[in-house]
Design a binder for this molecule. Structure first.
Ligand code: F6P
Length: 372
């Protein structure tokens, strides 16, 4: 129950920011029910913080009342009922100048005022590194805020896993499984590009589980010749197809990331790594080669049981943290417990695949080529 007095929480806001991930709605439901148990109201801030920053763009003023009835039956649904955005970061808000050029300005103070003006006493910020960096900036400016780690990429430090990752890996694995039969029927090389930004978690975990022949991740810039040799070995050893899983952030030694778009107020967009690799492998091996980009399919659909439960645990833990007077922290999985870690530490650096981790060693033991 809330404590009476000036600092009592009466109303909290929940924001979902960055790319959507399966499990967001489960977090929302857990936050709403846990807050309701304490007598707090909950509003969903639409599209990151746009509901507060740009209220005129919304018919309902940018905030969605989230009652227990409103969040009924959403645990298993993909996406987020309050919307999200990975553009218009309030720390680097894009503003167009009269000469047509765009500059980035810090509009966080305005956001802090907007939250107060809407009677929002505390915030649960659900997001990846970008959204949690914003949450940390808001905490420093006095906003009571708790972060929940979300991303299919699993690249956030200080939590063993983020929600959304298990669903993405499970689906990627299913897709790789499906490619085996078509690749074998045509004696082809199939290149499968998966998301993950600058970390290779999705590629590595799905590539091993889907028994691929090569896995290329951003942490190990690859040597094309090594991948070509592996494919040659595979065919000369009696195999009649080969599967190469490539992370969107993978790149050949000495080359830079394959970027398709870079614009103010948003993270750069990666893409094209799979297509380029397939073309190079076709030339190098002379084999019929196709590529497939799993892309946003990895973010869609129903969360796995693991992600649902993790999301519900994270949402409930975020509300418990606020009730206990915590702020500036992120809920984190440290099995078997959910703990609280400073937002500053969680966002300090990206969690890449450690080259000495047992999953990498497993891939090598299984004879999977990692491009080095
Ligand atoms: O961070 C999640 C993620 O899906 C990355 O894996 C990917 O690089 C990026 O978001 C894609 O973002 P967008 O939704 O802008 O295409």
């Amino acid at each position: 129950m809330p404590k009476a007095g000036r600092n009592a929480i009466r109303r909290i806001g929940i924001s979902t920011g960055g790319g959507d991930a399966p499990g967001l709605n489960a977090v929302i439901r857990a936050v709403v029910l846990s807050a309701h148990n304490r007598g707090w109201d909950v509003v969903g801030i639409r599209d990151g913080y746009n509901g507060v920053m740009l209220p005129d763009q919304y018919r309902d003023g940018g905030l969605m009342a989230l009652t227990p009835e409103r969040v009924r039956g959403i645990t298993h649904l993909g996406g987020t009922i309050i919307g999200t955005t990975n553009q218009g970061n309030p720390l680097r808000f894009p503003v167009q100048k009269p000469d047509g050029t765009t500059v980035e300005v810090d509009r966080c103070d305005e956001l802090v005022r907007g939250l107060a003006a809407n009677g929002i006493d505390a915030v649960v910020a659900v997001g990846g590194d970008g959204s949690l960096t914003i949450a940390n900036a808001l905490a420093k400016r006095g906003v009571r805020i708790v972060g929940v780690p979300k991303t299919i990429d699993n690249d956030l430090s200080r939590t063993v896993i983020t929600f959304g990752f298990d669903t993405a890996v499970s689906f990627a694995t299913e897709c790789i499984d499906r490619l085996h039969s078509t690749a074998a029927s045509h004696r082809r090389v199939m290149v499968v590009e998966v998301m993950g930004r600058y970390a290779g978690w999705i590629a590595l975990n799905s590539g091993i589980s889907g028994t691929s022949d090569a896995i290329l991740i951003p942490e190990i810039p690859y040597d094309l010749a090594r991948v070509g040799e592996k494919i040659a070995e595979r065919f000369s050893g009696g195999g009649n197809f080969a599967i190469v899983v490539v992370a969107e952030g993978a790149r050949p030694k000495g080359a830079s990331y394959s970027v398709v778009e870079k614009k103010a107020g948003a993270a750069e967009r990666l893409g094209g790594a799979g297509e380029k690799l397939a073309e190079e492998l076709r030339k190098l091996t002379g084999r019929d080669t196709r590529h497939v980009v799993l892309g946003h399919l990895l973010r869609g659909g129903t969360p796995t049981t693991f992600d649902r439960l993790l999301s519900l645990r994270f949402g409930a833990a975020a509300v418990r943290a606020l009730a206990a007077g915590k702020s500036g922290v992120m809920v984190a999985l440290d099995p078997p417990k959910v703990r609280y870690v400073p937002l500053a530490e969680a966002t300090e650096r990206m969690k890449c695949v450690p080259l000495d981790c047992d999953t990498i060693l497993t891939a090598r033991e299984l004879g999977i080529c990692l491009g080095d």
